[in-house]
Design a protein. Sequence first.
Length: 417
Amino acid sequence: MRIFSIAHPRTFIVPIVMLSMYLLAGCASMSSLQSAAARNDTATINNMLAQGSYVDTTDGGGWTALHWAADYGKTEAAIVLIQAGANLDARDNNNWTSLHWAAVHNHAETAIALIKAGADISLKDNSGNTFIQTARNKGYTHFIQIVERETQNITAAARREQEEALRMQREQREAEQRRLEAEDNRAFEAAGNTGSVEAWSAYLKTAPSGSHRTDALKNLAALLVKAGDPALTANMAKDYPGLIDHLPLKLSLALIGPPGLTVAEVVEIKGQGLEDRLIAAQIRSTGAAYKKFSLKEIMELKKMGLSADVIEAMIDSTTKAHEKQAEAEKFRKLEDDNMRQQAELERMREDRDRLRSNQQAQPTPAAAPQPENPSIAENVANCVAQAAAIEVCNEAPGGFLGQAICKAAAKASFPCN
């Protein structure tokens, strides 16, 4: 009884010949560096790289040396290549990365080395599979568990590194702040020990945002009052705007107003005998801002010898200055809005021109009838652009007039019949 029979030799010879030809073709295109990576021959890899071999050389299948190391699970070789700057996310001709090849052959250790080095775990092959999906398709549950656990550990470590970096930055900022505060304290103490107008002025210049600025302004104000020099006080008030808030009411009011017509100068002019109505007329003509006086301040101005007409002129001039400032701000906003609208109209014109170019570039079928009026398409494009532009104009500032101007510009830019 025949227990088994031997197939015809051709049954074995033909596949073996074909497989040999395939392997020979692959090896022929495989570089020495890639071969060393597949053998885990780290010494040869280091020697070849030292002699100038390109770490990301590819073979006929688009494989780099790192692909070969991952495919054979040669973690030591992979680490050497990674340290030499190998492209972690290089793709072969099937869009497989080194991670895909490590996954398909269940090489978890090599996959972890790639992930630790920064390989992108989200890349997909031609079938839309990530390396994890590739491992899942092969049923490598243990591989997936190990890699996902290690990925979580890597993510946690990266988060800790980031938190540590932020902590160090915060500590550096705090240390710098302490240093600046210590310098500020020393400078403030030195100015206090000197106790002169010049010393406090120097402190305020060198420490414009120092923590002792308010106290320095108070000390400077006290010295200026004691010095009784209106010109010096006025100059200091110009250099340090907050100083006026720490001066006595009468002295602070004296510094208010435009050059030549400050409150102090108006009091002096009045003392020389000039009539109140002329002083008031001069104040109104400047349109300069004094301030929005409180009732207490108005009473103090009266005590300083200013009449109601003069004080009223100061108030009127201040109101006019504020209205002028508000009008200028409104005009600036209108200009900004107009520039935005012009830019929007320009963009619409570019879209229209692009549409025309696309229409002209499209070939017309030979059998298709030509339109009697070649400007119809252009007119339609203009009408669409004009409608869109007018819609933008409906949001234009400036009320009816601003919207009307905008719509007129839109109609001129996009004529629609």
